[in-house]
Design a protein around this ligand. Structure first.
Ligand code: SF4
Ligand code: SF4
Ligand code: SF4
Length: 763
């Protein structure tokens, strides 16, 4: 790791990704790719935005977009062959958008602002165009936009005749409009000029660059050809267009190429240099049409759409884009960003803006669930990015402990005080070990007990029990050293048991263990499918919804086996959006519920809002999250074993449950006596205090320690506003404050809060 000293601070640096790797990842995201219609347009008209403006009734905005292509919008809209229409994605489901007719409506109903722009300085190089044609007219429009001093020589007596010579197909309204447009331009006209080769030779020397209509060019210099890439006839250094290219689209495209050549010549550059990407292009966009119903175009009369019909037609546009990942991910919706943008911001924050933690919350709010990678057509995996960023910040000491501290302590609690690893009594070695996972032990200890008793009675060869955490918490927090230690600890215990087959109670544990354990790993669901359901399994007569755990993403076997078990329980399953591999996270994954409660709540809400039916889950954390949102939810093992974990436990109860499960089983199965922790004074908690403590992640145990400290120091202050006493104690990094009243020789706790600061005892 590089250490770099700058002024008074020392920064640790480690690159999260190389720039090349970042670009490679960003390029997976096709969100910014042009819509199909836009890519098909040789002029790169943003038809998608224009149609959107029409759909919103904003014809002025639509016209402003259309006028970016040419000021002669009546000519273009009357005669463009509209190759975009064939590429419209809606053609796959019905009829594509009538973009051409919408353009006609925009030209008719859109109003340009009167004062269109700033005063622009004229360019130094002068240009002359000889002869009338559609090409000449469009080229005049392009050069006027670019502010070249421009002179037009033509036979026609006036502007109307000059426009009509090129665009005879215009109706009178269109012709008048275009004449007005032409006359508003800063162009010098030499109407009624008899155009001869002699006059041409004589006049052209007065200008830096000259152009000619195709008819004049071929008449004066028969056999000389125009280079189609630059529109330049090299032999005579005249800009023009091939005689055959006379449609509206070809003339405008030629005029645009010619105008770019004028730029190059004006700068004394090779006309073929730096021309960029001209004409129609391919798009890599992928728009999911699964939920798009086909529809037909709104009928259009010869004279064009009415305003109302144009709006109705434009409303059929689905505004092609790729937002597949955003549709099912609350995290991306919350931050209103798609992965490419978020990745760049995270990269900048981690790699460039050293010491700035603006993106910490977004980095810690991704559930690392992998749904995006499954739904994205190119497999963009935000989980990879966020986990990489978390690890990098841990390495460089930029990741504060606060967002994950409670969860990390919980992992330590699971693998220390609440840890248990025992072979089945009577068996020196074990063929199996049941690994229920820390959340099952915390939320549904009775269910864990029932499963273990069942497995150890029905499986032969010895079933050990391992109560602990698989290390997912430290992995999600990016604390890779702590994770490695947890892995080594679990692997060592499994080795002591004789490397038995692990029966995982949770899909996430199964996934985590399979990353390092060499022995066999199966799910409890696999075992029950094989040995059959135990006696007492609850049949369900109501329709229920199945929530697939994100730990089982990509594990079709687990998803199907769970459904088979649900079938055996008689469940009628209700289909929900985003199930199976596309299932969203409940808000527990990636430690979101510790780092960003708001996003975690929104994640759980999104899950429950998919259906009104009660939920069956096969991850205890999902069961807990949904129950907290008020939705009836049961883990499938509760149904199978006829247990009921009831109301979701608060954080103190979760720890207590794990400890009691361990102690209870040690006593019941292994006959060991355990001393229970007791409090030497009466202490009760107001219900509001318990709720606050749960929200603020303060354990009863912490409050007891504060009150024990008070009994020794007798330091407390009187809060005159509430009439209660307040005392405090620093435990580890955190100072806990407790508001209480004395009662029956003990304490009634009204509230508690914590703060990460030190109190100077001299104050
Ligand atoms: S699904 Fe998301 S990440 Fe993938 S291309 Fe679309 S917007 Fe980009
Ligand atoms: S549906 Fe709309 S955005 Fe998509 S290709 Fe058609 S016009 Fe363009
Ligand atoms: S929460 Fe899940 S779906 Fe959303 S960005 Fe993170 S990993 Fe992807």
């Amino acid at each position: 790791m590089a250490m770099e000293e700058r002024s008074t601070r020392i920064y640790r640096q480690q690159q999260m990704l190389s720039k090349e790797a970042l670009t490679e990842i960003e390029n997976l995201c096709i969100h910014e790719q042009p819509a199909y219609c836009v890519a098909a347009c040789p002029f790169k008209l943003d038809a998608k935005q224009m149609v959107r403006a029409v759909a919103g009734g904003d014809f002025a905005k639509a016209l402003a977009l259309y006028e970016k292509i040419t000021p002669f919008v009546h000519i273009l809209s009357a005669g463009c062959e509209a190759p975009c229409e064939q590429k419209c994605k809606l053609c796959e489901a019905g009829e594509g958008i009538a973009i051409h007719e919408l353009e006609r409506a925009v030209a008719r109903f859109g109003k340009s602002p009167k004062n269109k722009g700033l005063l622009r300085f004229k360019k130094r190089k002068s240009v002359a165009i000889f002869g009338s044609s559609l090409f000449s007219l469009f080229l005049a429009g392009e050069l006027a936009k670019k502010a070249y001093p421009l002179t037009i020589y033509c036979d026609e007596p006036d502007a109307a005749a000059f426009v009509a010579a090129g665009a005879s197909f215009l109706d009178s309204d269109g012709l008048n409009a275009e004449v007005e447009t032409l006359q508003s331009m800063d162009i010098t006209f030499r109407f009624g000029t008899k155009l001869t080769a002699q006059l041409f030779e004589q006049k052209k020397t007065a200008y830096d660059i000259v152009g000619a209509s195709p008819r004049l060019l071929s008449g004066f210099w028969p056999g000389f050809e125009v280079d189609e890439a630059t529109m330049l006839c090299k032999e005579v250094q005249v800009i023009s267009t091939p005689v055959g290219a006379q449609g509206v689209l070809a003339s405008l495209f030629g005029a645009k190429k010619a105008a770019l050549t004028v730029d190059r010549l004006a700068q004394n550059l090779d006309p073929r240099s730096s021309r960029g990407d001209e004409g129609a292009s391919e798009t890599a966009l992928i728009t999911n049409m699964d939920s798009v119903a086909g529809s037909c175009r709104i009928h259009c009369e010869k004279e064009g759409y009415t305003k109302e019909d144009a709006i109705t037609e434009a409303k059929r546009c689905i505004q092609c884009s790729c937002t597949e990942c955003v549709k099912g991910c609350v995290y991306l919706q919350h931050y209103k960003k798609y992965p490419k943008v978020l990745t760049r911001e995270i990269y900048n924050n981690v790699s460039i803006i050293m010491g700035d933690h603006m993106m910490n919350k977004p980095i810690n709010s991704c559930a690392l669930c992998g749904q995006c990678a499954v739904v994205c057509p190119n497999g963009y995996d935000m989980a990879d990015i966020c986990l990489m960023a978390r690890r990098n910040m841990v390495t460089t000491d930029k990741m504060p402990l606060a967002p994950h501290e409670f969860a990390l302590l919980d992992q330590m609690f699971s693998n220390e005080e609440a840890f248990l690893c025992k072979p089945q009594p009577g068996f020196a070695k074990s063929k199996y070990v049941f690994f229920p996972g820390c959340q099952a032990a915390a939320i549904a200890p009775d269910t864990v007990r029932a499963v273990y008793l069942d497995l150890s009675s029905r499986l032969e060869g010895g079933v050990a029990l391992l109560l602990g955490c698989c290390g997912a918490i430290s992995e999600w927090a990016g604390r890779y050293q702590m994770y490695d230690e947890a892995v080594a600890f679990i692997d060592a215990r499994l080795k002591e048991l004789g490397n038995p087959a692990v029966i995982a109670g949770c899909p996430t544990c199964k996934k985590m263990l399979s990353q390092h354990y060499d022995g066999e790993i199966v799910g409890i669901w696999d075992v029950l499918e094989e040995i059959g359901l135990p006696k007492g399994a609850q049949k369900i007569s109501r329709p229920v919804a199945m929530h697939d755990s994100c730990g089982a993403r990509g594990d079709a076997h687990t998803q199907q086996t769970i459904r088979k078990l649900a079938g055996k329980l008689g469940c009628e399953l209700v289909e929900t959006e985003f199930s199976g591999d596309t299932s969203p996270c409940c808000g527990y994954g990636g430690l979101v519920m510790y780092a960003n409660r708001e996003v975690a709540h929104e994640m759980a809400q999104m899950c429950v809002n998919r259906t009104d039916a009660p939920y069956i889950t096969y991850c205890m954390a999902c069961r807990d999250r949904f129950a907290r949102e008020g939705r009836e939810s049961r883990h499938i093992l509760e149904l199978i074993y006829g247990t009921n974990a009831g109301e979701p436990p608060d954080i103190s109860e979760k720890r207590y449950n794990r400890l009691m499960l361990k102690n209870g089983l040690l006593h019941e199965i292994w006959g060991e006596e355990i001393l229970e922790m007791t409090c030497e004074f009466p202490i009760t908690f107001m219900p509001e205090a318990l709720k606050l403590m749960d929200d603020r992640m303060i354990l009863k145990e912490d409050v007891i320690k504060v009150m024990e400290s008070f009994r020794e120091t007798e330091e407390a202050i009187f809060d005159s506003e509430s009439g209660l006493m307040i005392t405090r104690k620093r435990i580890g990094n955190v100072t806990f404050w407790v508001k209480y009243e004395e009662q029956d020789g003990g304490y009634l706790i009204h509230s508690a809060y914590s703060h990460r600061m030190k109190i100077d005892s001299s104050q």
